[in-house]
Design a protein around this ligand. Structure first.
Ligand SMILES: [Zn+2]
Length: 255
């Protein structure tokens, strides 16, 4: 039964993607701001700047480290693809992959949460919109506490930002994206999403494979096609081992 499903997914996505490189994820029912569920006030201290700051910095209105430890929540339903301490300018980082309906098509986007104090999810875990996935941090004391939040169109970036264009061809303006996708049709239905797409950037040779393509289109995966694929809070998708060199990103400020 399981292999039948995997074969079906393989052909559905056009044969260009290996069957083991997809996972079933609940379609987003909407996107929301990743801070503020604690009822406190937050403001955008720094916005998206192409070729500069590739996301947004969210700060507690009381300033300084007053937001240290405050909840960071998933912007939408999705699958955790990265949840590690990346050190350097990043600190603790979570990347979540989302599927959502854009008109009649399934589209994909990655959300990134940086400088976290705590990581409360693991790679391969399904998360729901508004679920607490971490807490606001200061990257081991490097910055005043704030959340660095990115929305990526390009599913290959992962932690290798320097391998890709640093502009709107690869990134969304997070506030604009969330506002334009606050309520979505099809939420909760299952879709196949690509996994294991991040570039394993260990040096210039890897740039060859880092073509800036942003994912693929696939139809919906009917719920119940494969009981094993039903996302649940306890099941984890097995991801292929993924290794990158943190020092690659040192020359790229804009955290
Ligand atoms: Zn930032």
């Amino acid at each position: 039964m399981r292999w039948l499903f995997l074969v079906a997914v393989f052909f559905i996505v056009g044969g260009s993607l290996r069957a083991e490189d997809t996972a079933a994820v609940k379609l987003a029912d909407g996107f929301q701001c990743p801070v503020g569920t604690d009822g406190k006030s937050y403001y955008k201290a720094r916005g998206m700047q192409p070729n500069g700051h590739l996301g947004e910095d969210w700060n507690g209105s009381a300033g300084g480290d007053t937001d240290l430890g405050a909840p960071v929540t998933a912007t939408a339903h999705g699958l955790v693809l990265f949840a590690r301490d990346f050190h350097l300018g990043w600190g603790n980082v979570i990347i979540v992959r989302h599927a959502y309906m854009e008109g009649a098509q399934v589209a994909y986007v990655d959300s990134l949460y940086g400088h976290l104090d705590q990581i409360l999810v693991r790679e391969g875990e399904q998360v729901a919109r508004g679920q607490k996935i971490g807490t606001i941090g200061n990257n081991h004391g490097m910055y005043p506490a704030h959340l660095h939040f990115e929305m990526r169109k390009n599913l290959r970036i992962g932690m290798a930002r320097s391998a890709f264009p640093r502009d709107y061809s690869c990134y969304w303006d997070p506030t604009q994206f969330v506002a334009a996708h606050a309520r979505l049709e099809g939420g909760g239905r299952l879709a196949a999403v690509p996994i294991n797409t991040f570039v394993a950037y260990n040096g210039p040779a890897d740039l060859e494979s880092a073509t800036a393509q942003s994912g693929f289109r696939s139809p919906l995966t009917p719920p119940g096609t494969n009981p094993n694929a039903q996302p649940s809070a306890t099941s984890r998708t097995k991801l292929r081992p993924f290794k990158v060199d943190p020092y690659e990103d040192m020359r790229n400020f804009g955290y």
